[in-house]
Design a protein around this ligand. Structure first.
Ligand SMILES: NC(=O)c1ccc[n+]([C@@H]2O[C@H](COP(=O)([O-])OP(=O)(O)OC[C@H]3O[C@@H](n4cnc5c(N)ncnc54)[C@H](OP(=O)(O)O)[C@@H]3O)[C@@H](O)[C@H]2O)c1
Length: 349
């Protein structure tokens, strides 16, 4: 990469926006030059508009940016979106129409047939939807999305196992409170407690997983026929979604076959040595009591998924645990890796 690519963040002052700002600090390809937010923040310096809630101090270069309205104008061509879902549909569209490349973390466009719902290790070929999206909508720009945080963890764990033929999946999540944004769940509700409901999360996990694992036909993704049943719970963990997963497969691999599949799995981000790619996307942990969010979630810069506790399942074929960082691999880091894959595909040329 010769010249750094200038980038901006829509919704830069929010929780996910702050994760983008932090994740992009010192990035070898991308240079954060622009921050957009609501008219409550526009016109202020980023440091004044943002109540910084992440560990470590606000990156200095971002602190000095002037926050702007989320209207096409002088923003860089490549924009990450962390906008409130209630406004993301129209604003992202307006920017794409004006020629911007929107790499979005918001849910709004994920299930549209011509919009890639991308996990770079699992379905890099789905980026082929982009030229079709541009033709169909008459856009010079484009929208590419990343999935919901819990879906990313599940599809990374399942992606390596796809060659065994995925038939049925039951997943029970234990999701961190940081996934609910800030201030998120009231402390009186979550302390010493489990909340067995996260609005629309189960539906998103079920449908997004089928799209991500699905196969690209000429103008759409045919959903994978795997049947997914999700039970989603909020638990008193700060960062890291843990998922207990049971799977039924078409073929009859051994436990070692599954561990080898995770351990040896490498895909486009690793082959192209993308800056944010984990060296090994899925790491199988052999200790009986791992992975654990507090001990493992920050490893590999929060970009790998950890599996463990693989054993035979009396009801399905196998059961195991998966853990991933919900605000890094599940949000900002996911979108940045998506953009790196798009650059490596020539989609910004
Ligand atoms: N929290 C997570 O872990 C997580 C994980 C995955 C996905 N997501 C998704 O990511 C998105 C952001 O979530 P969040 O938790 O970061 O939300 P948030 O903290 O409420 O931040 C929302 C951002 O959107 C901006 N905004 C609100 N109204 C706007 C408007 N009319 N025009 C332009 N900008 C506007 C806000 O700017 P102001 O500061 O000026 O109000 C702020 O920068 C949501 O779509 C959410 O579903 C969140």
């Amino acid at each position: 990469m010769q010249q750094p690519i200038e980038v901006g963040v829509l919704g830069a002052t929010g929780m996910v926006g702050q994760h983008f700002v932090k994740f992009l600090q010192g990035h070898s390809w991308f240079d954060l030059k622009w921050a957009g937010a609501s008219d409550r923040s526009a016109g202020k310096k980023y440091r004044d508009a943002t109540a910084w809630r992440l560990e470590g101090s606000m990156p200095g270069a971002a602190a000095d940016l002037n926050v702007e309205d989320c209207k096409p104008g002088n923003a860089p061509r490549l924009l990450f979106s962390a906008m409130d879902a209630s406004v993301a549909t129209e604003i992202e569209r307006a920017f794409a129409e004006a020629g911007h490349i929107i790499v979005s973390n918001s849910r709004n466009h994920r299930m549209e047939p011509d919009v890639p719902l991308l996990v770079p290790e699992v379905n890099p070929d789905h980026l082929k939807l982009v030229p079709l999206q541009q033709r169909k909508r008459g856009w010079k720009g484009q929208i590419v999305t990343n999935p919901n945080c819990s879906t990313i963890v599940l599809t990374m764990a399942l992606g390596a196992l796809k060659p065994f033929g995925l038939r049925r999946v039951v997943v029970t999540t234990m999701q961190a409170i940081s996934g609910a944004g800030y201030p998120g769940v009231a402390s009186m509700d979550i302390n010493a407690n489990v909340i067995p409901f996260i609005g629309n999360e189960e539906e998103k996990m079920e449908s997004e997983t089928q799209k991500i694992l699905g196969s690209l036909n000429s103008d759409h993704v045919a959903p994978h026929p795997v049947r997914v049943s999700a039970h989603c719970n909020r638990v008193a963990v700060v960062d890291g979604h843990t998922e207990a997963i049971s799977i039924e497969l078409d073929s009859k691999p051994s436990e070692q076959d599954l561990i080898d599949a995770w351990t040896q799995w490498r895909s486009a981000p690793q082959e192209r040595d993308l800056p944010s790619a984990p060296k090994q996307p899925v790491i199988y942990m052999i200790d009986k009591d791992r992975p654990q969010p507090r001990r493992d979630v920050e490893r590999e810069r929060g970009m790998a998924v950890f599996t463990g506790r693989l054993r035979r399942c009396p009801a399905f074929d196998f059961k195991f645990l998966a853990l991933g960082h919900n605000t890094i691999r599940g949000a900002a880091g996911a979108a940045v890796l998506n953009a790196e894959l798009m650059v490596s595909e020539g989609l910004l040329d």
